[in-house]
Design a protein around this ligand. Structure first.
Ligand SMILES: NC(=O)c1ccc[n+]([C@@H]2O[C@H](COP(=O)([O-])OP(=O)(O)OC[C@H]3O[C@@H](n4cnc5c(N)ncnc54)[C@H](OP(=O)(O)O)[C@@H]3O)[C@@H](O)[C@H]2O)c1
Length: 283
C-alpha cells in the first residue's frame, strides 16, 4: 500500500514509518512542518497530490497536563485537525486510521473497557481526542480508530526513559501506585497496526500490549535487578493539572479476533525495549 503517516516526527511516528516500510509498504511520513493538520487547504492539497491508499493519523497535541490551560489549542489540533483529515479523506475516498487513547474513558468501571463502552473523558486532552474520534466516525465509512495507552519507545519523552534517567542521576523515586493501565511499546504497537491495516476490517479497536499494571510496578520492572528504592505514592500525593483515569485497561478481544494472534505481554515488550536500548547503546 501507499501509506501517508501524519505526525511522523513523533514518538510513535518515528517507529511506525520504518515498521511499515519493512512490511513492503511505500510510506510517506509527514512532519508537522510539512503537513499541519490544522491547515485544511494544505491537508486537501497534499492528500490529493500524494493519493495514498491509507492515511495513518498519528499527529496530535499530546501534552496532557498543559491541555488544561490551553484547551482550545488541544481541540484545534486533536478535534478540528482530525476533522480536516477525515473530511479530506472522505472527499478523496481514502480510508484513515486514527490513533486514539484510553483517556477517552473515566476509569471508574474497574474492569477492562470494551470498544463499545461509554466514553467519558476526564481531561481536556481526552475530550479533544474523543472529538477526533467523533470526526472520523462522522465523515468516514472506511476507518480504523485504534485506542492505545501509556506509550513508550525509542524517541520522545516517556515514563520508562524518565525512570532510567532519574535512577542514573540518583534522584529519589516516588511513583504513583493507584493508577492502573497497560504500558505499550511503540515497537510492538507498530507491528499491531501493520497487522490490522492488512485486514481492511474497519472499526474501533483497542490496541495495547497485553496485561495490566500500575506506574509503581512498571517502574520496578524497568529497574529490576537494581536495588534502588522506589516509594509507592497515591495520586493525591502528587497533584497534577489533568485528572487521569484510575483504571483504564482496554479489552482487546476484537483486535485479537481480527488480526488472528495474541498480543505481546507488557513485560515482554518492556524487555524488547530495554534490549533495543542496549543494542543501540542508548543506555
Ligand atoms: N504518548 C502516549 O502515552 C499516548 C497514549 C495513548 C495515545 N496516544 C496517541 O498516540 C498518537 C501518537 O502519540 P505520540 O506519543 O507519538 O505523540 P508525540 O510524540 O507528541 O507526537 C505527535 C506528533 O504530532 C505533531 N503535531 C502536533 N501538532 C501538529 C499539527 N498541527 N500538525 C501536524 N503534526 C502535529 C507533533 O509535533 P511537535 O512535537 O513539533 O508539536 C509530534 O511530532 C497520538 O495520537 C496520541 O494522542 C499517545
Amino acid at each position: 500500500m501507499k501509506i501517508l503517516v501524519t505526525g511522523a516526527g513523533g514518538m510513535l511516528g518515528k517507529v511506525l514509518v520504518p515498521c511499515l516500510e519493512s512490511r513492503g509498504h511505500l510510506v510517506k511520513g509527514m512532519l508537522k512542518e510539512e503537513l499541519d493538520v490544522t491547515n485544511y487547504p494544505q491537508v486537501i492539497e497534499l492528500l490529493d497530490y500524494a493519493k495514498p491508499d491509507l492515511v495513518i493519523h498519528a499527529a496530535a497535541y499530546t501534552k496532557v497536563d498543559q491541555a488544561e490551560s490551553e484547551p482550545n489549542l488541544a481541540y484545534l489540533i486533536n478535534g478540528y485537525g482530525t476533522e480536516n483529515i477525515a473530511i479530506a479523506c472522505n472527499h478523496l475516498d481514502i480510508p484513515a486510521a486514527y490513533i486514539s487513547t484510553d483517556y477517552v474513558f473515566d476509569g471508574e468501571q474497574n474492569k477492562p473497557y470494551q470498544t463499545w463502552d461509554l466514553t467519558r473523558p476526564l481531561s481536556y486532552y481526552g475530550k479533544s481526542k474523543l472529538a477526533g474520534e467523533t470526526a472520523v466516525k462522522n465523515h468516514l465509512q472506511k476507518f480504523y480508530i485504534l485506542r492505545t495507552s501509556w506509550l513508550y519507545g525509542p524517541y520522545g519523552r516517556n515514563f520508562v526513559d524518565t525512570i532510567i534517567k532519574m535512577e542514573s542521576e540518583g534522584k529519589p523515586l516516588k511513583v504513583v501506585a493507584d493508577q492502573w493501565g497497560t504500558p505499550t511499546c511503540t515497537l510492538t504497537l507498530s507491528e499491531t497496526i501493520a497487522d490490522l491495516i492488512d485486514t481492511e476490517r474497519w472499526g474501533i479497536y483497542h490496541a495495547t500490549d497485553d496485561g495490566e499494571t500500575n506506574w509503581f510496578e512498571l517502574a520496578k520492572a524497568v529497574l529490576s535487578g537494581k536495588d534502588t528504592e522506589i516509594i509507592p505514592i497515591s495520586t493525591s500525593d502528587m497533584p497534577r493539572p489533568a485528572t487521569r483515569p484510575k483504571y483504564s485497561v482496554l479489552d482487546k478481544t476484537t483486535l485479537i479476533h481480527t488480526i488472528g494472534r495474541e498480543l505481546v505481554p507488557w513485560q515482554d515488550s518492556l524487555q524488547i525495549y530495554l534490549n533495543y536500548k542496549k543494542e543501540k547503546q542508548l543506555v
